[in-house]
Design a binder for this molecule. Structure first.
Ligand code: MCN
Ligand code: FES
Ligand code: FES
Length: 908
């Protein structure tokens, strides 16, 4: 131990510290300065950035012994107060930079040092700075962050006032504007408490948990010996499957035609290990360090079995059933639309192309690792706080497995540092519940980034074949597709993902005749969880490369071929459903002149060493769960305004501003200001079932239910003369103050044999046009410009939509070029998994909105989150082909693959 005298946020403090401890741990754990966020813990993400003597320090890897006495330390808590924010904090709020907000304190402090040194930086200076300081953001696509730094610099130079940065409502209207999200202030001041922060604030006696995890991918468990671990310092209990009171399985919500029963995922492994990282035991101890140490001492006797690490391996005739009794191919989905396709494909006057693509096991790479807490409250209710983006859904999936009456368990969402869909699956909820019940004590569990990456779900790889047939004029006549989804060992939502291929392969085009078939396969690689744009990246990779190949074969421009075939009145999508709006014609017309310019630019800027190319793809996504979907909310008049309650879980996308905007828009006739609307969200004790925040459904579903309940309240307040009753008048007249309501979409889920149905009432439409530069020596590809035309209906909040689209495009660039989680030994950190940093994402990104109000959308809006990640990657692969002639059918397009392709071409 060592005494340190440090100047922290302007005040001299005397601390006793372990010289080997990191600055981050001292700030967070000893001083509870939890504005210092720890993401990777490995110096790779910059979320823990702190200013020490005017230098940006990644405090998670900076040991206390390196800090000189009297060092001046500035944390986010010392930068500005809510009453007097630093211009960077205001700019972060104004430009929508704090989406999940987990990276915000680190970025803001890093930018502060830059602006102290350079009062007038260029955008490139800012980008270089964030690159050099490893500041990583998974949500924003970086461009808004640069905008914010440039704006803050203007304020600091005295060219504008910081008050001018934030949008002030004109005519009391916030819909469609850049009004900041209600959570932004807490995010930029470091007081938005994520799960790991909540854990530090829990009372003494809280047990800290560590998992004993499988280090093989497939095995029979012959015995678990916890005796040595139980004797370790600080250990309270080691929980195994024997302590689980219930079924010890998580329910996978499987479809009736699934060959499994959905009860295949253990909470704690009992008979078998199904994948690397599977939880076998939970050590509950006084400190996290003690729990982790003891976890090493649990002995697990395993009989290792052959591991089937991809779908083809698990489909081999001699492969054993991973879940005995259920075939590895456990769900099949077909499409039968229109007439037979074979006679069309065989015709002499028809042009056909066929692609065979592979979409990878993309990792989510949130900057915040998974974490959660649980306790039993004064009413004997087990309360589980986690990053769940479906609190009611997850409740239904876990209660029977834990062995608790449904009414005795409630889920609550902690502020989440991004999920991008991995939290559509329960991760640690059941583990927390089991540990809390087995010990009777409050518990908390934090994954390290290694655990987070290796033991949360991933995008399921898709092997997709797509054959298109067109007449000589390029009019599509028929499509045949075949797909195989590697869904890892657990069936939850694996059938749904397979249905998504039926819905999206070839979507966007009027294809009258389709015959397709696909299947879900159980493997021993990472379990398949939802990932933004769920299912569509696999589908569009195949059909959007096929469209480019068809254009080439026909000798027509790829934009014009698409234009000829897009949805027009009379068209139906692959599910046989008529699109709710026909917006593609306008979208392509907007893009056409830019496409011509881009082609010209690429020709002009291409050099023998670095070639440029431009590509196209379209993408579509539905807003909702398949078929019938609904959402509940409530609104209550209070003395000070209106309180609105719903369970619109927030990944970071902006559930708060969505709720506020929809409520405010309906309640505006009252003259109510946005700040008079209080939000109560995402706690099963207080908020109703609004459904999960997946499938980009919430802006439509919960936007609508929020509007419905606000309209009910407004109606109740209306007087015969058209004016509105006050709170006191409502009370005096004994008119109810609270209104509970719901909104439903009644569609038909797609049939497993024909794939036909009316799964979604509202869709998002997007066209992607990236420009790339390929280094002809190394094969390294850079996206230098990205233009997209998006139709997401009426805009609810402009900076949210911009941020959703920039962020989605950035993830598409990662999917196309760098990201993967295939090699369990290699792909174990943000860096090794290929997380894009700022220099990997172009600053030159343009969004063109085409606004077609949706008949069923709240105020005409669709969703926004998933559209931008549907098909940016085939567009990038098409651009690579345009640049250098190398045609790739699999992502990521790593430099070595392009280089090999170039070498092959040069030998021709
Ligand atoms: N929105 C809008 N105007 C529209 C459409 C949407 O302002 N016309 C806003 C909504 O109010 C909401 C946001 O855009 O704030 C996204 O809305 P929507 O597409 O309905 O999606 P959900 O709210 O259901 O959120 C989920 C969606 C999904 S499925 C994933 S995955 C995802 C995503 O949104 N993960 C995200 N966006 C993310 N953004 C961040 N920062 N982090 C994640 O983990
Ligand atoms: Fe410190 Fe990532 S760099 S948490
Ligand atoms: Fe940057 Fe979410 S806002 S990681």
């Amino acid at each position: 131990m060592q005494k340190k005298v440090l100047n922290i946020n302007g005040l001299t403090r005397t601390l006793i510290v372990d010289p080997e401890a990191t600055l981050a741990s001292v700030l967070r754990e000893q001083l509870l300065l939890t504005g210092c966020k720890v993401g990777c813990g490995q110096g790779q993400c910059g979320s823990c950035s702190i200013i020490v003597d005017g230098v940006v320090i990644r405090s998670c890897v900076f040991k206390m012994k390196r800090i000189a006495d009297e060092a001046k330390i500035t944390t986010i808590e010392g930068l500005g107060t809510p009453e007097n924010l630093h211009p960077l904090q205001v700019a972060w709020m104004a430009y929508g930079c704090a989406q999940c907000g987990f990276c915000s304190p680190g970025f803001i402090l890093s930018a502060k040092v830059l602006l102290d040194k350079n009062h007038d930086p260029s955008r490139e200076d800012v980008r270089e700075w964030f690159q050099k300081n490893r500041n990583a953001c998974r949500c924003t696509g970086y461009k808004p962050l640069v905008d914010a730094v440039m704006a803050a610099a203007r304020v600091l130079r005295g060219e504008m006032r910081k008050e001018e940065l934030l949008y002030q409502p004109v005519g009391n209207k916030i819909q469609g504007t850049t009004y900041h999200r209600p959570s932004a202030l807490r995010k930029v001041t470091g007081t938005w408490d994520y799960g790991a922060d909540v854990a530090l604030q829990m009372p003494a006696g809280t047990l800290r948990l560590a998992l004993v995890q499988a280090e093989v991918s497939h095995a029979n468990i012959k015995g678990i010996d916890t005796s040595e671990a139980e004797k370790m310092t600080g250990v309270y209990k080691v929980v195994t499957h024997k302590d689980v009171k219930g079924k010890n399985r998580i329910f996978g919500c499987t479809f009736p035609s699934n060959k499994g029963d959905g009860w295949d995922r253990p909470i704690l492994c009992d008979e078998k290990v199904f994948q690397y990282g599977d939880a076998i035991a939970i050590v509950c101890a006084d400190t996290e360090a003690h729990a982790r140490e003891a976890a090493q001492k649990v002995r697990v006797d395993l009989e290792v079995l052959p591991a089937y690490m991809s779908a083809p391996a698990a489909m081999a005739p001699d492969a054993m059933e991973i879940h005995p009794g259920t075939p590895n191919v456990y769900y099949e989905q077909g499409v039968i639309k229109g007439g037979e396709t074979k006679p069309i494909m065989d015709r002499d006057d028809v042009v056909t192309v066929e692609t065979n693509t592979y979409c990878s096991r993309q990792p989510h790479l949130t900057i915040e690792p998974d974490c959660g807490n649980a306790y039993i409250d004064g009413n004997g209710i087990l309360r589980i706080h986690s990053k769940s983006i479906g609190i009611h859904l997850h409740h239904a999936m876990i209660v029977e497995g834990i062995g608790i009456a449904p009414e005795k368990c409630q889920l609550v969402q902690n502020p989440a540092g991004g999920t991008f869909g991995y939290k559509f699956s329960p991760t640690m909820e059941a583990l927390l519940g089991v540990a809390c019940l087995a010990t009777g004590r409050p518990v908390s569990l934090n994954y390290s980034m290694y655990q987070h990456i290796t033991y949360t779900g991933k995008r399921s790889p898709g092997f997709v074949k797509c054959k298109l047939a067109a007449d000589k004029d390029g009019k599509l006549l028929a499509m045949e597709a075949d797909w195989t989804i590697d869904h890892g060992p657990y069936s939850e939502f694996g059938d749904l993902l397979t249905v998504r291929q039926a819905q999206f392969i070839g979507a966007g085009y009027d294809i009258p005749n389709i015959r397709s078939k696909g299947r879900t396969v159980c493997t021993n690689h990472a379990w398949g969880s939802a990932f933004r744009a769920y299912g569509s990246p696999q589908a569009f990779l195949a059909s959007e490369i096929a469209m480019d190949e068809l254009a080439e074969k026909l000798g027509v421009d790829p934009l014009e071929l698409r234009f000829k075939n897009i949805y027009r009145p009379g068209s139906t999508n692959p599910s046989g459903q008529e699109p709710e709006v026909f917006c593609f014609e306008e979208m392509f017309n907007k893009l056409r002149p830019l496409w011509q310019e881009a082609k010209q630019r690429c020709r002009e800027l291409s050099a023998p060493e670095k070639k440029r190319g431009v590509g196209l793809a379209l993408g579509i996504y539905g807003c909702g769960l398949d078929g019938t979907d609904g959402s509940e909310a409530w609104a209550e008049l209070t003395k000070d305004g209106v309180t609105v309650g719903n369970s619109w879980q927030d990944h970071g996308q902006g559930a708060d501003i969505g709720t506020l905007t929809h409520a405010h828009e309906v309640l505006r006739p009252l003259g109510i200001k946005p700040e008079q609307i209080k939000l109560v969200m995402n706690d099963m004790a207080l908020t109703p079932n609004s459904g999960p925040s997946g499938g980009s459904r919430s802006n439509v579903m919960t936007g609508n239910s929020t509007r419905v309940v606000c309209a009910m309240l407004l109606k109740a307040m209306k007087k015969p003369d058209g004016t509105y009753r006050t709170y006191d008048e409502m009370v005096a007249e004994k008119i109810p103050l609270r209104y509970d309501g719901r909104w439903d979409y009644s569609g038909t889920a797609c049939d497993p044999v024909t794939g036909q149905g009316t799964p979604f009432g509202v869709y998002m439409y997007e066209v992607f046009m990236p420009e790339v530069e390929v280094d002809m020596k190394t094969g390294k590809t850079k996206v230098v410009k990205f233009t997209t035309v998006a139709d997401i209906g009426t805009i609810t909040n402009k900076s949210v939509c911009d941020g959703q689209i920039y962020g989605g495009l950035a993830q598409g660039i990662g999917l196309a070029l760098t990201e993967d989680f295939e090699d369990l030994k290699k792909h174990t950190s943000l860096l090794a998994c290929g997380l894009p940093y700022i220099q990997d994402i172009p600053d030159d990104m343009d969004i063109i909105y085409n606004i077609s109000p949706r008949p069923l959308g709240p105020g005409g809006a669709a969703g926004a989150g998933e559209g931008p990640l549907t098909a940016p990657h085939p567009a990038i692969l098409n651009a690579i082909y345009n640049a250098c002639g190398v045609r790739l059918y699999a992502v990521p397009a790593l430099p070595e693959k392009i280089k090999a392709g170039l070498e092959k071409l040069s030998k021709k």
